[in-house]
Write a protein that binds this ligand. Sequence first.
Ligand code: GGG
Length: 352
Amino acid sequence: MSRYHIAVIAGDGVGPEVIAEGKKVLNALGSPVVTFTDFPWSSNFYRQTGRFIPEGGLDEVKGFDAIFFGAVGDPDIQDHVTLNNLILPIRRYFDQYACVRPAYLFHGVRSPLADRTGGDIDLTVIRENTEGEYADIGGRIYQHTGQEVAVQTAVFTRHGTERIIRYAFEEARRRKKKNKVTSITKSNAQGYSMVFWDEVFKEVAREYPDVRTESLLIDAASMDFVRRPQDFDVVVASNLFGDILTDLSAIIIGSMGLAPSANLNPERKAPSMFEPVHGSAFDLIGKGIVNPLATILAGAMMLDFLGEGAACERIYRAVADNLRETNLRTPDIGGSASTSQVGDDIARRVAG
Ligand code: GGG
C-alpha cells in the first residue's frame, strides 16, 4: 500500500480551517495512506521568531512527497512581506514553475454569468510561477521626497518562458478536451518581454501541430473569460497575468472557494505544493463558514500528481455529487452549512 508523507503549512487566516477539512478527506481515503507533518510557518510564527521560514526549513521539507498549503496574508503585515517571505520562496526554491489552476463549473453551482450551467466552463490556467513580474528585482530611491523613484523589473528568460509554454501544450494533450492553448500577453504595450513571449509561443507551437492555438491580449482575454468562457481549454500566462486571470476564472465558476491550485515541479526533483487559489480571507476567520472545497480539490490534485489517479477521482466525484445532490454547502455558494459539515460530507462519500 502506498504511503505519502505530506508537509503541511496551514499558514494564515482561514488556512488552518480549510486545511483541517482537506486532511479529513485525505484521511478518509484509507488507501493510499497519507501522513502529515505540520509546519507552523505563518505570520504568527514571524511575529514570534522574526522569520516566516526558519533557517534550514526548506531543506527540511525537501524530503517530503508534497506540500499541502493553506493561505498567506495578515491584516497587520504588508502583503508583499508575507508573500515574499513565505509562499514565493517555496515556489522558487523547489522550482515549482508550473502553476496549474483548473476552473470547472460543477453541476448544481450557480455561475454569476447568465445561462451557464454545469460543465459549460472547463478550462485550466497555466501560470508561470518563478519569474516574470514576480521576480524580486527593483528598488526605490529618494523615498518620501518629491523626487521619489520606484523601479520593478519583470524577468522573462528563454528557459523559463519556453518550459511553461511547453508545459501548457503537454497539458492540452493530457486533458484531451478542446485540444487548444491560448497564450495571454500584453505585447501591444510591452514591446520587449511580451513580444518575446509571443515569439516563443509561436516557436513551441510548431512542435505541437495537433494542438490549436490562439494569442490574446490580457484585456481582451479578461473580457472573453466573461463573454465566451466555453471557448477556453488551456490558457498560458505570465506570473502576474495568470494570478489575476485565476481570480476571474474562480468567480465565473461560482466562488473562490471552488478553485484549487497546484504549484508543480514537473520534473519531480523537488516537492510540489497544493493549495486553494484563495488567500487568508480575514473577514471569514473563525466563523466556521469558509468553503473547504478548493482545498479538498487541491488535495485531489496532489494525489493525481503523486500517481494516485483513482483516489483523485474518488474525491472529485464526492465533491461533484455533494454539489449536484445536496444543499449542504457554505454561504458563498448559497448554503448555510459550516466548513466542517461540508468536510464531513465529502469525507463520508470518499470513505464510501
Ligand atoms: N492559498 C493561496 C494564497 O494564500 N494566496 C494569497 C496570495 O495573495 N497569493 C498570491 C499568489 O498566489 O501569488
